[in-house]
Design a protein around this ligand. Structure first.
Ligand SMILES: *[C@@H]1O[C@H](CO)[C@@H](O)[C@H](O)[C@H]1NC(C)=O
Ligand SMILES: *[C@@H]1O[C@H](CO)[C@@H](O)[C@H](O)[C@H]1NC(C)=O
Ligand SMILES: *[C@@H]1O[C@H](CO)[C@@H](O)[C@H](O)[C@H]1NC(C)=O
Ligand SMILES: *[C@@H]1O[C@H](CO)[C@@H](O)[C@H](O)[C@H]1NC(C)=O
Ligand SMILES: *[C@@H]1O[C@H](CO)[C@@H](O)[C@H](O)[C@H]1NC(C)=O
Length: 463
């Protein structure tokens, strides 16, 4: 009898059409924990007619990984608390649960995987597949680059399990089904890497940015913003349990949701059922703010550090035009490095700095796009036949999609040199409080002068 009543109660909730399990279009973007499949294009569809690839350089963030030790501990605590309260509510008919029936059932059948505790931050099987597949697509598209002796290839990860295994996955995909064995071209990782992890040894970055007050302040503004407090209150009502949910709990619930869904085949998880799509957009913004100040346009220290891999790119392609280049050079690093590179390139740059206190829904800076798992920048140097001449062109792909760095037909060599030779002078003197290599705001000067001219225009006309 009791069971029937419980069922009837829950059935009435199922009619609520926007509960998670029944929702038609759940939100797909989860900032730095976004699965690669949600944001990637396909490099095999990007054509360069009448061109032959001669060198490829790429920078990769590692694939899908486990949460780090701290997040693992926090979400483990939270899941225990929530599951026990929800099952109590479910059994005692005290339920205020507004989730879909299926979501509650899935939560009650869910169990914590203890592997998370023994392998924090490790690359997952899904992460391996993501990177393997990128390697496979590179092979399919640029097959001619695969021929050549092993000294024509160079791969290097940072000194972490997740990046080292990503490098292996990439080379595996690159050579799968061929006779090539390029394992020997994977260089050993070193503790200090001034090309793909220069921020670790940059004192100015560690002090002023990573441990800096701006980051703390902006995150505090975000955490106390009306939007975030409203999400916390909605989550509290949605959970329908006595336990008082804090903003930190709300964020940990979001962590449970976004990690767990990234490991499920359909990219869904009952842990996401406590959030509406609008809530998820608010949660997504936290990493955007954090990364903007820690790794992005929010500090010119970040912009200057981002130049390091770009110097390597420039020199590799310069060498390739002198017939002493490599066929493929690939690095495996972290979202921190990747976002610094994006910033050094002036991409995804908003005219106004991001504000923790208020979210601009139309912002350009989106970690979902530039710091998803397995995010990558692939640059390809081509030799092209144009009106009887042979010329070089460079194509850039970000997550296997064209960027605004070059026209659709690729940059000419001159366009490439004009944009990239500045990076050749990169050094880390500024880490010791010396002069900056270049100011990130120089481009804005141009925009400001155009703006002020436009603003002067009416005055000029009146005069
Ligand atoms: C269970 O919930 C129903 C509907 O709210 C209520 O009528 C019933 O009395 C409750 N039963 C118990 C045992 O609390
Ligand atoms: C736990 O995680 C590991 C590593 O991702 C995986 O191999 C294993 O199948 C998982 N176990 C369960 C019960 O899901
Ligand atoms: C590939 O080369 C590495 C060393 O360069 C060697 O250890 C490994 O056994 C080789 N693998 C195959 C399948 O031949
Ligand atoms: C470019 O070639 C020169 C001469 O062979 C070499 O010393 C240098 O290391 C190369 N640069 C890169 C980035 O490979
Ligand atoms: C300057 O303005 C142009 C056109 O509005 C824009 O594409 C470019 O990104 C702006 N540059 C900067 C540094 O804001």
């Amino acid at each position: 009898m009791d069971v029937t009543i419980v069922l009837l109660t829950l059935v009435s909730f199922v009619t609520c059409k926007d509960c998670y399990w029944n929702a038609r279009c759940p939100y797909q973007l989860f900032s730095s924990k976004t699965p690669y499949e949600s944001v990637r294009g396909d490099l095999r569809d990007e054509n360069m007619p009448n061109c032959q690839p001669i060198s490829l350089w790429s920078l990769h963030r590692h694939g899908n990984r486990n949460p780090n030790t701290q997040v693992t501990e926090e979400i483990n605590e939270l899941q225990k608390k929530i599951i026990s309260e929800i099952s109590l509510a479910y059994e005692n008919n005290r339920t205020q649960l507004t989730n879909c029936f299926q979501d509650i059932e899935d939560l009650l059948h869910w169990s914590w995987n203890t592997t998370l505790e023994t392998s924090p931050s490790y690359l997952t099987g899904i992460g391996y597949e993501e990177i393997f597949d990128i390697g496979k697509r590179v092979r399919q598209k640029f097959e001619t680059l695969l021929s050549g002796t092993s000294d024509k290839f160079y791969f290097r990860p940072t000194n972490e399990q997740r990046t080292i295994t990503s490098a292996i996955a990439f080379v595996h995909g690159l050579t799968y089904g061929t006779k090539a064995n390029l394992t020997g071209s994977i260089d050993g990782a070193s503790e200090e890497d001034n090309v793909i992890r220069p921020y670790e040894s940059c004192a100015k970055y560690q002090e002023d940015v990573k441990k800096g007050q701006t980051l703390v302040d902006q995150l505090a503004l975000y955490d106390s913003s009306p939007e975030v407090l409203a999400v916390r209150d909605r989550v509290q009502r949605h959970l329908g349990i006595h336990y008082q949910v804090t903003v930190a709990d709300t964020y940990n619930l979001y962590e449970l949701c976004r990690f767990h869904r990234s490991w499920s085949p359909k990219l869904r998880s009952p842990w996401c059922s406590f959030f509406s799509n609008e809530d998820l957009e608010v949660m997504e913004y936290r990493d955007d703010v954090r990364h903007y100040y820690r790794n992005g346009h929010g500090s010119e220290i970040n912009v200057n550090l981002g130049a390091a891999p770009l110097k390597d790119l420039y020199e590799n392609f310069e060498n390739a035009t002198l017939n002493r280049g490599k066929n493929i050079v690939s690095y495996f690093t972290h979202d921190t490095m990747f976002e610094m590179v994006i910033s050094a390139l002036g991409l995804y740059k908003d005219t106004e700095p991001l504000q923790g206190a208020s979210r601009n829904a139309n912002r350009l800076w989106r970690t979902s796009e530039i710091a998803a798992f397995s995010t990558n920048l692939i640059a390809v140097l081509f030799k092209c036949q144009e009106q009887g001449d042979e010329i070089y062109r460079v194509q850039f792909l970000l997550n296997e999609k064209l960027t605004t760095l070059c026209p659709e037909a690729g940059c000419t060599w001159k366009q490439f040199v004009d944009k990239f030779q500045i990076f050749k002078n990169t050094n880390f003197e500024f880490c010791l409080n010396k002069k900056y290599l270049f100011k990130p705001n120089t481009n804005r000067g141009v925009n400001i002068s155009i703006m002020s001219f436009l603003m002067l225009l009416p005055i000029l006309i009146i005069v």
